[in-house]
Design a protein. Structure first.
Length: 231
């Protein structure tokens, strides 16, 4: 299941996109599939600002999604009691998980450095369930190649299976030992420690397992961001 054959980012035949492909191939060649990003001590935790969307329920946010923003605001108001994340696509058992469901699953805690493309970085402790465990519990189908994430704001992105099954790739519900704060992606965010900050999506709503690369409206790479941005 976690065989993780190489899957290449799309280049659309663009010269600049070829750079993505080269970085991707170099990383995949040089780093063992499970090479860990550096982990720090809790004493290294630093202040971290919340950036990008800080409340997807606020209609004044640039990435506010008219269809999903109001639902987020409602869920936030009730303390995410009825919130669920759905998992669908190429899995034997599509399903939905509440926060309680996710907290009952095995967890991983890691102190890691977040690096934003804007040039700042910060160290924080993240706790959550490894994505691999959630995917396995849904029965990944053998033809699956990508895992796509949808947020409550206008944000959709995907990763390959090498990253999806990496031990430090977690669905985080806690930060620095407390519930994930609103600004940092409550109630659930991705932590993808071997890529740059914008790949760690906040405010997760839906996970779709894909056989083929899908680059929908609102994805980063459509607006010119690298699909693979390893650090
Ligand atoms: N849904 C969503 N996820 C997101 C963003 C966003 O605007 N919306 N911003 C990204 C960027 S560019 C960074 S640097 C980090 C910021 O995480 P933080 O707010 O916890 O510091 O989240 C990433 N994930
Ligand atoms: Mo960022």
């Amino acid at each position: 299941m976690a065989g993780c054959g190489q899957t290449e980012p799309p280049t659309y035949g663009h010269l600049l996109r070829m750079g993505d492909l080269v970085t991707y191939k170099a990383h995949r060649l040089v780093l063992p599939a499970n090479a860990l990003a550096r982990e720090y001590d809790v004493r290294d935790i630093s202040p971290m600002i919340a950036t990008g969307t800080v409340n997807p329920g606020n209609e004044n946010e640039p990435l506010f999604h008219p269809e999903h923003g109001p639902g987020f605001a409602k869920a936030h108001k009730s303390g995410f009691k009825d919130w669920q994340i759905t998992v669908e696509g190429s899995v034997d058992r599509p399903g939905a998980f509440s926060l309680a469901d996710l907290r009952r699953m095995p967890s991983r805690t890691q102190v890691t450095r977040h690096t934003c493309e804007e040039g700042w970085s910060a160290i924080a402790q993240w706790t959550g369930v490894p994505l691999a465990i959630v995917l396995a519990s849904c029965g990944m189908q053998p033809q699956a190649r990508y895992v796509q994430f949808w947020s409550y704001d206008y944000y959709v992105d995907n990763i390959d299976l090498n990253d999806a099954f990496h031990p430090q790739t977690i669905l985080a519900y806690a930060m620095n030992g407390r519930e994930l704060p609103l600004g940092h992606g409550a109630p659930l965010r991705l932590r993808l420690e071997r890529q740059i900050g914008y790949k760690s999506m906040k405010y997760l709503r839906k996970i779709v397992v894909l056989d083929h690369f899908d680059d929908p409206e609102g994805s980063h790479i459509r607006s010119g961001w690298s699909w693979y941005n390893g650090i």
